[in-house]
Ligand binder design. Structure first.
Ligand SMILES: [Zn+2]
Length: 486
């Protein structure tokens, strides 16, 4: 036992404590948990099987929700002709600095440069103009699962990588009301998904004009708080008005046989959600994965002396089969060359929600021990009730993780009247602040310049409303959520 203890100490030393250096903690954890490798191309990473499987589980859950609301998946080309991007002025201005270009192929210089897509509004707009003729073709509700590239100056694994994976929904509607309904519906779906699947509380709101998507009329976002008090924008939904419809001539014949421009939307979440869930839930022992997306929900570890090994492993295999049949993502670690103590640490570090221990005495008593990753609580349960107990415990863990994250956010949330008050808050604490804003770009820019924090969004339901601008003290038109962000 003492041997296990000293190993444990050494083990934890490999991960920098969050309180010491949060960024270092993050990099230590994702490397040690084997989630990624740096790729030989700057700013790109390899998603190793465990992180890719988290993404697959995210995809499955979102795809169900998209299809339930009438969307279908399609796939569009990776290359975007330069002339397409030039058609929407704000769009090209916004994305130009981040575009990689293909200028040569097949040994010849291309007549027209091709951008590698940063997002697909232009390509999809071009196609929609051909597909949509009448109001009967609307609404057109399509989603694409794809990779996109943005040549970022500063990158960070999962949170901001040059190439990343995402989904982008693109829809076309008869009028503003229908397009706005879609924009809000998708934002609500993202919120429900973030909370019920990732156990991640989020704040919904509208982006200020300076922070909105290039080419959008209105951008809405969900913002989550990481354990260092910084924000991650966990998803966005845009009402694009007729901006792209005019640029790409997406028109339809209405019920009076008149030509009208479509109103379009787009919305997306990306693999940065993986980074976010690590930073929302992780602790000094490593990852803490939400049960609904964890690649392994339960790890089974047989324990006890070699003479009883065969018997114990036999029973573990039976229970493994039972859990698998019930749909639990379960694995067995029966390696003889690693001690149980080493395994306990290993799977805690990898964030597996439940550990199951089974030894000779448990065999005699017809029981197993279940240990929760999030609370450390040990529960002795009868083998005959195992499936039900595990399913209950997974649901409980999800709820505990959500409550914990929500509590953390509430504890690091304030409201301020002045910029000085906000500065003091950021010096002494960390987190988000609500503040009044007069609506001027200059005041918003000054907050960023003096604090490094940006406006995250204008929350739909702020806990308090402020009457005056935190910078100029003029009348506030909005209560804005400010915070430092990834
Ligand atoms: Zn102001």
């Amino acid at each position: 036992m003492s041997n296990d203890k000293s190993k444990e100490k050494q083990f934890v030393k490999d991960i920098t404590p969050q309180s010491e250096d949060f960024s270092k903690w993050y990099l230590d954890v994702i490397k040690k948990a084997d989630l990624m490798s740096y790729a030989p191309v700057r700013g790109c990473i390899v998603f190793k099987p465990d992180s890719y499987e988290i993404w697959e589980n995210i995809q499955k859950e979102l795809d169900i929700r998209f299809k339930e609301t009438g969307h279908r998946n399609a796939y569009f080309p990776l290359f975007i002709p330069e002339s397409f991007l030039q058609k929407e002025k704000d769009h090209i201005e916004g994305f130009n600095p981040e575009l990689p270009w293909v200028t040569e192929a097949g040994g010849e210089k291309l007549e027209e440069r091709l951008a590698i897509r940063p997002t697909s509004e232009t390509m999809i707009g071009h196609m929609y103009a051909q597909w949509i003729n009448s109001y009967r073709d609307l609404p057109l509700l399509i989603n694409q699962w794809a990779n996109v590239v943005r040549w970022e100056k500063r990158t960070q694994p999962f949170l901001r990588t040059t190439e990343f994976l995402w989904q982008e929904g693109h829809t076309a509607h008869e009028d503003e009301a229908d397009a706005r309904r879609e924009t809000m519906q998708m934002l609500e779906i993202y919120k429900e998904f973030a909370e019920n699947i990732l156990a991640m509380p989020v704040i919904l709101g509208q982006k200020t004009p300076s922070e909105k998507f290039a080419g959008a009329v209105d951008t809405f976002s969900l913002e989550a708080m990481m354990k260092d008090g910084k924000a991650v924008q966990a998803g966005t939904s845009h009402y694009l008005g007729t901006n792209f419809a005019v640029a790409f001539d997406i028109k339809y014949l209405d019920r009076e046989n008149q030509h009208q421009f479509c109103h379009t939307t787009s919305w997306g979440v990306s693999t940065r959600l993986i980074g976010a869930l690590i930073m929302v839930h992780g602790d000094d022992r490593g990852l803490v994965l939400p049960p609904k997306v964890a690649p392994t929900q339960l790890i089974m570890i047989p324990i006890g002396p070699p003479k009883s090994r065969e018997l114990v492993i036999g029973r573990v295999d039976e229970l493994h089969k039972l859990l698998k049949q019930a749909g639990v993502r379960v694995k067995v670690d029966d390696r003889a060359d690693q001690s149980p103590g080493w395994k306990f640490n290993e799977y805690e570090m990898r964030g597996v929600p439940i550990r199951l221990e089974l030894g000779p005495r448990d065999m005699e008593n017809g029981q197993v021990v279940l240990v929760s990753r999030v609370s450390g609580e040990k529960k002795v349960v009868a083998q005959e009730n195992l499936v039900e107990e595990v399913q209950n415990m997974l649901a409980e863990i999800h709820q505990q993780m959500f409550d914990k994250a929500k509590q953390f956010r509430d504890d690091n949330f304030t409201a301020v009247d002045t910029l000085d008050e906000f500065k003091l808050f950021l010096e002494q604490k960390r987190g988000f602040a609500l503040a009044g804003w007069c609506g001027s770009d200059a005041c918003e820019a000054q907050v960023k310049e003096e604090t490094g924090a940006t406006s995250r969004n204008i929350p739909f339901e702020p806990s308090v409303r402020k009457e005056t601008c935190l910078v100029c003290a003029e009348k506030a038109v909005h209560t804005v959520l400010f915070g430092k962000a990834y």
